[in-house]
Design a protein around this ligand. Structure first.
Ligand code: SF4
Length: 345
């Protein structure tokens, strides 16, 4: 969809660690949860970059750190050429207009006591760009029309809408300040499958119409496949593979990516029976105490002898980027074993 290489957002070696404390006053630091631990990727203008992985792998934390709703522990976030990883709240204010979030839960993220007009128009007031009463009402009507809702619906309350309509209201609100970047965090996960497709198609239409760039976070691979141009796969706070959408689905390279794809159910019972033999081993380890070396090594069916000691870096492998010793120039041929269990998507 976009081949310009024109970068809107660059995330470099981003880390978000949370202290773990103990003691009566919880002041004694005894460790840290490394929710995001060295994540790098870039978003080209006008593209959709999908971020996938199991629950708790750090996808949402990454998005919140980009928005500076969580403070990065280390690393750089460069938005439109400006390093925003350390600027203060005042400096962030104009940037917040350009980066907006669409949340998973359209029910929880809309104030039930506010009319849709106030919900959609609230960012205009917060940023002091609401204009006259008439202009405010016109702008809200434009935004509702943009997301396929009737402007007359502005007087209703959230409970008078279906789930899909409520998510459209959330999208209208996110678009109020004409952002460049939308961070969609599980934005369709709470919706029925048929409604999911409608909202995904709306997001794709809006992208074309408004030139938006999306960071699209989801655990559902079929959803990510539908909307993404490129995809990053996260595991335990790190990105293990980045590739163009079709490349990733047709030729997954990292063993974890292979496992994720193998875990997608199919309607064919014969295929499904064969697929069960390819499910991956073990529980997701704790981010508080991640495995040494490659974090995937306790579950990896292709683990090598040194995988538990050396951490693989994300490096170019063909047209993809992969963090796996299998692709090193001279990997040692020492095989290990995993444990039994299923992926918990
Ligand atoms: Fe498996 Fe080793 Fe590759 Fe990790 S580095 S994914 S353990 S082969």
């Amino acid at each position: 969809m976009n081949g310009s290489g024109n970068v809107l957002l660059r995330v470099e070696d981003l880390k978000v660690h949370f202290p773990v404390t103990e003691g009566v006053l919880m002041r004694r630091r005894v460790g840290s949860v490394k929710a995001v631990d060295g994540v790098s990727f870039e978003l080209r203008r006008g593209e959709t970059f999908g971020l996938v992985g199991e629950s708790g792998c750090g996808k949402s934390t990454t998005a919140l750190a980009i928005l500076r709703m969580l403070e990065p522990t280390a690393g750089r976030i460069v938005f439109d050429g400006e390093d925003i990883s350390r600027i203060d709240q005042r400096g962030l204010r104009p940037l917040r207009r350009r980066m907006q979030m669409v949340f998973q839960d359209p029910f929880g993220s809309l104030n039930p006591r506010m009319r849709v007009r106030e919900i959609v128009g609230e960012p205009l007031k917060v940023h002091g760009v609401a204009g006259s009463r008439r202009r405010f009402r016109e702008r809200v009507a434009e935004l509702l029309d943009l997301v396929g809702l009737l402007p007359a619906m502005a007087d209703r309350y959230p409970h008078q809408f279906s789930g899909g309509q409520r998510q459209r209201i959330g999208i209208a609100r996110a678009l109020a300040l004409e952002p460049d970047l939308l961070l969609c965090d599980e934005a369709v996960s709470a919706l029925d499958v048929s409604i999911q497709a409608q909202v995904l198609n709306l997001l794709m239409d809006l992208q074309q119409q408004l030139g938006l760039t999306y960071l699209f976070i989801a655990h559902d691979l079929s959803v990510v496949r539908h909307i993404s141009d490129r995809i990053g796969v996260m595991y335990l706070g790190r990105i293990v593979e980045v590739a163009e959408r079709d490349e990733l689905f047709e030729q997954p390279r990292h063993p974890y990516t292979e496992a994720l794809l193998a875990s997608v159910p199919t309607p064919d019972p014969v295929v499904e029976a064969a697929r069960a033999h390819h499910l991956i081993a073990g529980e997701v380890p704790s981010v508080r105490n991640p495995p040494s070396g490659c974090r995937f090594h306790p579950r990896c069916p292709k683990v090598l002898g040194h995988c538990n000691r050396a951490e693989p870096l994300l490096e170019a492998v063909g047209p993809a980027q992969v963090a796996c010793h299998l692709y090193a120039d001279s990997p040692p041929a020492v095989a290990g074993t995993g444990q039994a269990g299923d992926l918990a998507l």
